[in-house]
Ligand binder design. Structure first.
Ligand code: CUA
Length: 187
């Protein structure tokens, strides 16, 4: 029995529908493969830990009180740098860190979303009020890096930046060794 014109049209549509279904399935499989590959091979993951903090009480008590900001050398020799990102400055304005040392940056905001980026390094994250952003890194060579806010945070955004001074770890111990919280801010 000969196919009618409408049966032929139906076959054509069905074939093209099936072709598109295969194509979409292939794209989905490819994207999953990319996610799994980057996750495992490059250790790609959301840049921050999920750690919450009460953004309205940062200055009153706890980790991000003014006296706790800056670089603190830990008993194991590593360094923790606590930074406040606020409209429109970073505290401290000048961050000092030793070379060849594992450094953890812990950053939070009392007001709006800011950006935390250290030029020339892999440090780059958002600073969201209510959360603590944590970034681990290591500086091999002494030098100075700019640290601009890279999330638009209102009218003073372009004036919001700080400096990161990397000093040789022996010099760091000599100059800042006696301070519980080091920074290169002029007081
Ligand atoms: Cu802070 Cu832009």
């Amino acid at each position: 029995m000969a196919e009618t014109a409408s049966e032929r049209a139906f076959d054509t549509v069905e074939r093209s529908e099936r072709w598109w279904a295969y194509a979409v399935a292939l794209i989905v499989v490819f994207l999953f493969a990319v996610i799994i590959f980057t996750g495992l091979h490059w250790a790609a993951q959301p840049p921050s830990n999920v750690e919450t903090i009460d953004a309205s009480r940062l200055h009153l008590a706890g980790e991000f009180m003014e006296s706790n900001l800056g670089t603190a050398v830990q008993p194991d020799g590593s360094a923790i740098v606590r930074v406040l990102a606020q409209q429109y400055s970073f505290v401290p304005q000048c961050i000092v860190v030793p070379t060849e040392t594992s450094v953890v940056f812990r950053v939070t905001s009392p007001d709006v979303v800011h950006g935390f980026l250290i030029a020339g390094t892999n440090v780059n994250t958002m600073v969201v009020p209510g959360f603590v952003a944590e970034v681990r890194t290591r500086f091999e060579r002494p030098g100075e890096h700019l640290m601009p806010c890279h999330e638009y945070c209102s009218v003073g955004h372009e004036d919001m930046w700080a400096r990161v001074k990397v000093v040789d770890r022996r010099e760091f111990a000599r100059t800042y060794g006696g301070q519980p919280r080091a920074s290169c801010e002029r007081r």
